[in-house]
Design a protein around this ligand. Structure first.
Ligand SMILES: Nc1ncnc2c1ncn2[C@@H]1O[C@H](COP(=O)(O)OP(=O)(O)OP(=O)(O)O)[C@@H](O)[C@H]1O
Ligand SMILES: [Mg+2]
Length: 258
């Protein structure tokens, strides 16, 4: 297992908005089956980092390898690299699923159709197959019985679980979560975290940005603490959160009451 090449290898990722450098050279690996949690203060670059991994944001420097495939860039004729177009990138984006804070379900489609839509439109699956897959994925988030409901008939926690099922239906190699519970009422957070925990236990490869520090400690294999566009500290989840090495990590954890 340890000799396996990583599923994801991120090296030297840099991103600026105008004069502001938001990612200052981020490098890390993710093994297949691993859950990595990204924590850090607001504005530290966590969301930007996730969005650069699938080139929703274009980094100015660095590379992202998924397996042996370089994400977002193709060799050019001069021996360098050029950015891929959105069309060229579409198959790669299907390999990297994303779950956001807000769920963006289609209000006029049933839960089943929301989950099946991309399988039909983007992957060209037959409608009945896509529906069967959608129901299987809804089962995973414990919402098969809501397949005929419309999003507005569901709670926020249920809607987010549908969004997770929609991402699972894409059969991605890697799932990125950006604060999937921070738009939810507190009593609905648990059901969504419960589903994420089950996915981690299934051995999915995931990166989770979260302010739920105790959850990160319990569910993630590794934790990265970021601040100011740098990785300050990285290690096994329990070590970084219970016994941080860096003073800065310690004070952040103290502030958020972890
Ligand atoms: N599209 C953009 N244009 C300009 N600046 C941006 C843009 N997106 C992010 N930033 C800036 O980049 C920095 C990092 O933002 P990012 O959203 O990655 O932080 P974060 O760690 O996810 O914070 P939070 O915990 O609040 O979600 C911030 O200073 C933010 O203002
Ligand atoms: Mg963010």
């Amino acid at each position: 297992m340890n000799d396996q090449p990583p599923l994801l290898r991120v090296s030297g990722l840099k991103k600026s908005y105008g004069p502001a450098e938001v990612l200052k050279g981020i490098s890390f690996d993710l093994k297949k089956g691993e859950t990595l949690s990204l924590i850090g203060p607001s504005g530290s670059g966590k969301s930007t980092c996730l969005r650069c991994l699938n080139f929703l944001e274009k980094p100015q420097a660095g590379e992202v390898l998924l397996g042996t495939e370089r994400i977002g860039q193709r060799p050019d004729r001069k021996g360098g690299w050029r950015l891929m177009s959105d069309t060229e990138m579409a198959p790669q984006r299907r390999e990297i699923g994303m779950v956001f804070q807000l769920f963006y379900l289609w209000p006029h489609l049933t839960v089943r159709d929301n989950v099946a839509l991309a399988s039909i439109k983007a992957a060209g699956m037959r409608r009945d197959e896509a529906h069967a897959l959608a129901e299987e994925m809804l089962e995973k988030v414990h919402l098969r019985h809501k397949a005929d409901a419309y999003p507005e008939q569901l709670s926020g926690g249920q809607q987010q679980r549908v969004a997770i099922a929609r991402t699972l239906a894409q059969k991605p190699q890697l799932i990125l979560f950006d604060e999937p519970t921070s738009a939810l009422d507190p009593e609905l957070v648990g059901e969504v975290l419960g589903v994420i925990r089950e996915l981690a236990e299934e051995g999915r490869s995931m990166i989770l940005v979260t302010h739920e520090i105790r959850f990160a400690r319990d569910v993630a294999d590794r934790v990265i603490f970021m601040e100011g566009g740098h990785i300050v500290e990285e290690g096994p989840a329990a070590q970084v959160i219970n016994q941080p090495r860096m003073e800065r990590t310690r004070s952040f954890l103290g502030q958020v009451g972890a």
